[in-house]
Design a protein around this ligand. Structure first.
Ligand SMILES: C[S@@+](CC[C@H](N)C(=O)[O-])C[C@H]1O[C@@H](n2cnc3c(N)ncnc32)[C@H](O)[C@@H]1O
Length: 283
């Protein structure tokens, strides 16, 4: 039986408990990752079974037991059902991404944003992805653009292990160059004035690295794809607030802001938004 999670659980949970079930959850390859409120802890196995009933190919279910946190941007996961597997292969947009959900960041909700960025990359471009994770944006760029090379940096050695696997799986050896290290140090040591385009998919603190992104761009011009989580009340525009902040900040650099295009990637909570800015600079 396929149906929404609440209707599958209707015979196992009472009405008050059903109200607490969070309907939307992530399917990453053959894994389910779900939030289960504390008040439903005693039903966690039943909820896991319901997820596997809703998605027959799902082999293991993990409960998100902390927010995404720390330098590697991972969340604590508690195994709640199926086989005890945390490594999987996720398929999206015609490429495959191998990932261990316990040890690396990955969100299946950003597949459309990855394709949007890949569609902006021009032929022969030299790109740096400062916060590449398992290589999700870089693989999309390698597969769907004519980029010459995408240097892909991440500070989490496990993410870089999977990034290398993903480069092989998607036959992109030579097109994506994996580097394990800190993006700031790597750019300072190897990539000053070198690239046409910089990706900054670290929305909670990309701002701290804006100087490194600018330093990586080569003359005469280039693009930065900047991400940030922004709060906005009703009638406030979260995109404009981030735009103003970044344009102000760029006034301190020896660059000319040619164009800034902003958009909401997705809403992440009540009044919270994941914002993308595409910033065109003359160097
Ligand atoms: C939000 S995740 C995004 C990963 C990937 N771009 C994706 O969307 O799947 C941010 C990544 O940045 C990495 N990271 C955090 N600080 C870093 C730094 N200073 N230098 C390089 N990587 C860093 C984390 O390990 C994490 O994999």
């Amino acid at each position: 039986m396929k149906g929404d999670l609440k209707s599958i659980l209707r015979n196992s949970l009472n009405a008050d408990e059903l109200d607490l079930v969070i309907k939307s959850y992530d399917i990453i390859g053959d894994l389910g990752v779900i939030q289960i409120p504390e008040a439903l802890s005693e039903h966690k196995r039943t909820i896991a079974e319901a997820v596997m009933q809703q998605h027959k190919h799902v082999k293991a279910v993990w409960r998100q037991s902390s927010p995404i946190r720390g330098p590697h941007r991972v969340r604590n996961l508690e195994w709640v059902g199926g086989e005890k597997l945390s490594q999987t292969v996720h398929r999206e947009n015609g490429y495959t991404l191998k990932v261990d959900v316990q040890k690396c960041y990955f969100s299946p909700r950003l597949g459309a944003e990855r394709m949007r960025i890949a569609g902006l990359v021009g032929d022969s471009e030299y790109v740096v992805n400062m916060f590449a994770g398992v290589g999700s944006y870089s693989i999309a760029i390698g597969k769907y653009s004519g980029a010459h090379k995408t240097v892909s940096i991440d500070i989490n050695p496990v993410a870089v292990y999977y990034m290398k696997e993903n480069i092989l799986l998607n036959r992109l050896v030579g097109r994506i160059a994996p580097i394990c290290g800190d993006a700031r140090t790597t750019i300072a040591d190897q990539l000053r004035n070198s690239v046409d385009r910089v990706l900054m998919p670290l929305p909670h603190e990309a701002f701290k690295y804006l100087d490194s992104a600018v330093a990586a761009l080569r003359s005469p011009a280039g693009w930065i794809h900047y991400y940030e989580f922004a709060h906005a009340r009703k009638n406030e525009d979260p995109v404009n607030a981030v735009k103003r902040k970044i344009v102000d900040c760029l006034e301190d650099f020896p660059v000319k802001v040619v164009e800034v295009n902003g958009r909401i990637v997705r809403q992440t909570g009540p009044n919270w938004y994941h914002i993308a800015l595409d910033i065109h600079l003359e160097i």
